[in-house]
Design a binder for this molecule. Structure first.
Ligand code: PLZ
Length: 458
């Protein structure tokens, strides 16, 4: 292979790729190993890679690597390619846009795509109130801007965040994120006026939602003071922290307290948004209408785009020129978002996420009956997880979790882990995945879980 030339493999991805798992080399294969060596000599190790299999094409539920192996994708690039890689509507919109113009900067000479995305966000986010949106590039940028807007709107500074929260890697969002290693360790000092309170974590605390909310609110009132709180920032289902679905009533009680306190309730729907959980936004499952929503990931089928959408009176508190960025709402990303939204609605992907839940959750629950290391099975839609514990002590078992993920990888199933304690296997399949592929991947996962010591023989 030429050191700088293209690598072999199919160049056309999308749903036309053959939808079956097929391994033709060991993983990673020889071409991937070559790229890994180049990577080690050129890419900073701080940017880590979970599974060094280099991708040549992807579509539906399949990733094809540079050695010609076809792997099942249960990660969607961390919940981004929810509609599938290179979805045709995204490709069409982006190709047309890239031929017309690639960038002007919306703050200089604007274009229609940006407005069209903001109109769609007003239509798709919960609540029928008057809304405004602003577009950015990453999830962290959206969260950070939501906090800026909440602070200028309220004239207050304190931001309430929760145990296990993940909100990003920029300076402010590192402070908002709970887990020290690898996200924060050594990277301080961190932004001030961030206060962390207990989350509802049913598997670990067993509390009903309203009681868990009362526990959090008690900490807010005694340690911060309701009148100092600019924003309460919550992932309606926690992502990196462990796919933690709060007990029923928790999110609603926190949102109600925020409203009464005059604080802005911000839902971080970066991971949960855009059909992933079987609703356009996960807050809908809780009957909650957030003041502001931060969205990213699934919004644009793989192109970098994020948004803050919310109540007009809050959004309009920021003065002209107070929000923005060179690339925010880039024309290609906006074109992709319009294609992604079209795909979600045309292909009934919200319903597809629910169907995936109905297919996968019972299977995981059945496995929990025979594998003592499975402490909990949870999630919504196509955001599902298995929390692994040491059966003897009930403690989080990160080593077993890594071992199961590795076994899946070796068999050609890309499964991700998460959790403050690193002991949660998470499933984030693209909604474009077929049932056959899903069943094949679940079979591999089941085998890997059953191989854990102490699992009963089938
Ligand atoms: N809020 C809820 O899940 C990103 C990060 C992976 P960015 N999650 C994946 C990693 O190790 O960096 C995320 C999220 C929630 C915010 C973010 C941040 O989104 O687009 O990565 O900035």
């Amino acid at each position: 292979m030429d050191a700088t030339g293209p690598v072999a493999g199919p160049v056309v991805g999308g749903p036309g790729l053959p939808q079956r798992r097929q391994l033709v080399t060991e993983l990673p294969g020889p071409r991937s190993r070559e790229l890994l060596a180049r990577r080690e000599a050129a890419v900073a190790r701080g940017v880590s890679t979970m599974f060094p299999v280099f991708v040549a094409a992807a579509g539906g539920g399949i990733l094809v690597d540079v050695d010609g192996n076809a792997l099942i994708d249960l990660g969607s690039g961390i919940a981004v390619t929810t509609i599938g890689n290179s979805a045709p509507a995204v490709v069409d919109h982006v190709v047309r846009q890239v031929q017309a113009f690639t960038h002007t900067c919306f703050m200089i000479t604007p274009y229609e795509g940006y407005i069209a995305v903001c109109e769609q966000l007003a239509r798709l986010t919960p609540g029928s109130h008057d809304k405004r949106s602003a577009l950015f590039n990453s999830g962290a940028e959206a969260v950070e801007n939501a906090v800026k807007i909440a602070r200028i709107h309220t004239g207050r500074q304190a931001v309430v965040v929760f145990d296990h929260a993940y909100h990003g890697r920029t300076n402010l969002t590192m402070a908002l994120t709970a887990k020290n290693h690898p996200y924060k360790n050594g990277f301080g000092p961190f932004a001030p006026e961030i206060y962390r309170v207990p989350l509802s974590y049913p598997f670990r605390d067993g509390l009903p939602g309203p009681e868990a909310a009362a526990r959090a609110i008690q900490v807010i009132e005694s340690q911060i003071g309701a009148r100092n709180v600019a924003a309460v920032l919550l992932e309606p289902i926690q992502g990196e922290g462990g796919f933690i679905v709060p007990a029923e009533g928790f999110v609603a009680a926190i949102a109600a307290w925020s409203a009464a306190a005059g604080a802005v309730f911000i839902a971080d729907e970066v991971q949960t948004g855009f059909a992933r959980t079987g609703a356009m936004f996960a807050c809908e499952h809780e009957g909650v209408v957030p003041d502001l929503i931060a969205a990213a990931k699934g919004i644009a089928g793989g192109l970098p785009l994020s948004a803050v959408t919310g109540r007009a009176e809050i959004m309009e508190s920021a003065h002209p020129g107070g929000l923005g960025g060179t690339y925010g709402g880039n024309p290609l990303a906006c074109a992709a978002a319009l294609g992604a939204i079209e795909t979600i609605e045309r292909d009934g992907l919200i319903e597809r996420a629910r169907a995936i839940e109905a297919r996968v959750l019972p299977r995981l629950r059945a496995l929990a009956a025979t594998v003592p290391a499975i402490g909990d099975v949870r999630g919504r839609g196509a955001m599902l997880a298995v929390e692994l514990v040491d059966p003897a002590t009930g403690r989080p078992d990160a080593a077993a979790t890594t071992a199961v993920a590795r076994r899946c990888h070796t068999a050609g199933v890309v499964v991700l882990t998460c959790g403050t304690d690193g002991n949660v296997l998470r499933l984030l399949p693209p909604l474009a995945i077929g049932d056959d592929l899903l069943d094949d991947a679940l079979g591999v996962l089941a085998g890997a879980l059953e191989s854990l010591a102490g699992a009963a023989a089938r």
